[in-house]
Design a protein around this ligand. Structure first.
Ligand SMILES: Cc1cc2nc3c(=O)[nH]c(=O)nc-3n(C[C@H](O)[C@H](O)[C@H](O)COP(=O)(O)OP(=O)(O)OC[C@H]3O[C@@H](n4cnc5c(N)ncnc54)[C@H](O)[C@@H]3O)c2cc1C
Ligand code: FES
Length: 325
């Protein structure tokens, strides 16, 4: 097992909506799992008989209501995507008793509890970290509002729980009947100096940032987390050889090079996992298949030169890739 990972057992399953299922993951040995703060997520490592290793990331929900889950338990909610590989595998194969590995909690979307006024903004399955933040703010009696948009109430995970938790501070938006929300109007109604935490589809995050910019808000007042990463194509498995250590790691069709290396305990740097931040690129020593660059960080010239590659989203079309790591 790669260092820092934990073995857990699926201890409970709840169907929240037709497409979203909640899983309770309990520490296999009964020891407490690491503590985390609202906005954190874990990497879930699972093996598919057909597709091999699949690593996907899921936000920690924290609890069903105001009370925290027990210290040996994490709660996640997974939406089954239509085209999908990882989430479909999880829905199809996880049952009570299934054992799997998870990475330690990471938080790239931390809630600053010093914010005087907070607007939590969720789109679809983006509710998972937002629900956890709402719990945290209710418990600390902070000023906040929450806006949760989805197609309709039946398809929105934690709809009832959020209504119960946040009372009149929550506003629901149903796009089937109400169309797209007017995010600029929403921001305009907020108290002076409000900080926004938004999690949802890329379009919603971009629209929130654009609305804030039009209103003259400082960019730092909009904090976001996007679930979809940079890759959505058809991929081929291949081998990565690490020149310095001489190790070879298999990268399955449903896994990034980054996740395959982390799974084997290879120390590599990363942050965004979307091909944007520039922390993960590694020098390419050789590659006997075509490199597919899926990042937005490297320039067109750097991509054409093929001397470096963002391991979070880019890959090859088969063969062996040798990296200087
Ligand atoms: C921080 C974070 C928190 C998240 N929290 C939640 C949550 O609470 N609930 C939820 O339902 N979803 C969450 N997600 C999304 C989740 O991790 C999956 O992306 C989602 O379940 C869809 O996975 P899929 O395998 O079904 O779809 P796919 O489209 O197969 O894969 C989704 C992502 O996996 C990566 N990937 C797949 N194949 C490759 C490949 N060949 N090469 C490189 N990368 C590849 C890509 O990043 C891709 O965008 C979160 C994502 C992040 C980053
Ligand atoms: S982790 Fe940010 S570019 Fe790869």
């Amino acid at each position: 097992m790669a260092q820092g990972n934990f073995e857990v057992v699926v201890a409970g399953i709840r169907q929240l909506t037709p497409r979203v299922r909640e899983f309770l993951l309990r520490s296999a040995g009964g020891a407490p799992l690491p503590e985390y703060t609202a906005g954190a997520h874990v990497a879930l490592h699972t093996m598919s008989a057909e597709r091999g290793l699949i690593v996907r990331h899921y936000s920690l929900v924290g609890g069903q209501d105001l009370a925290d889950d027990a210290r040996d338990t994490y709660r996640i909610a997974v939406q089954r995507e239509d085209h999908a590989r990882g989430s479909a595998h999880i829905h199809a194969s996880f049952e009570v008793g299934t054992r799997l590995r998870i990475g330690p909690p990471l938080n790239n979307f931390p809630l600053d509890r010093r914010d005087a006024n907070v607007l939590l903004l969720a789109g679809g399955i983006g509710i998972t970290p937002i629900f956890s933040m709402a719990r945290s703010l209710v418990r600390r009696q902070r000023n906040f509002r929450v806006f949760y948009a989805g197609r309709n109430a039946e398809g929105m995970a934690y709809h009832g729980e959020l209504a119960q938790l946040a009372g009149e501070r929550v506003r629901f938006h149903y796009s089937d009947t109400q169309g797209h929300p007017d995010l600029e109007a929403l921001l305009r109604e907020q108290a002076e100096g409000t900080t926004v935490y938004v999690c949802g589809p890329a379009r919603m995050i971009e629209a929130t940032q654009a609305a804030a910019a039009r209103l003259g808000w400082a960019p730092a007042r909009v904090r976001s987390e996007m679930f979809g990463a940079g890759f959505s194509g058809v991929a081929t498995p291949f081998e990565v050889r690490l020149r310095r250590s001489g190790r070879t790691v298999h990268v399955g069709a449903d896994t990034s090079i980054l996740d395959a290396l982390l799974n084997e305990g290879v120390p590599v740097l990363w942050d965004c996992r979307r091909g944007e931040c520039g922390l993960c690129p590694l020098p390419v020593v050789s590659c006997n298949g075509a490199i597919e660059h899926h990042d937005r960080y490297l320039s067109a010239e750097e991509k054409a030169a093929g001397e470096t590659l963002c391991i979070c989203v880019s890959r090859t079309r088969g063969g062996e890739l040798v990296l200087d790591a």
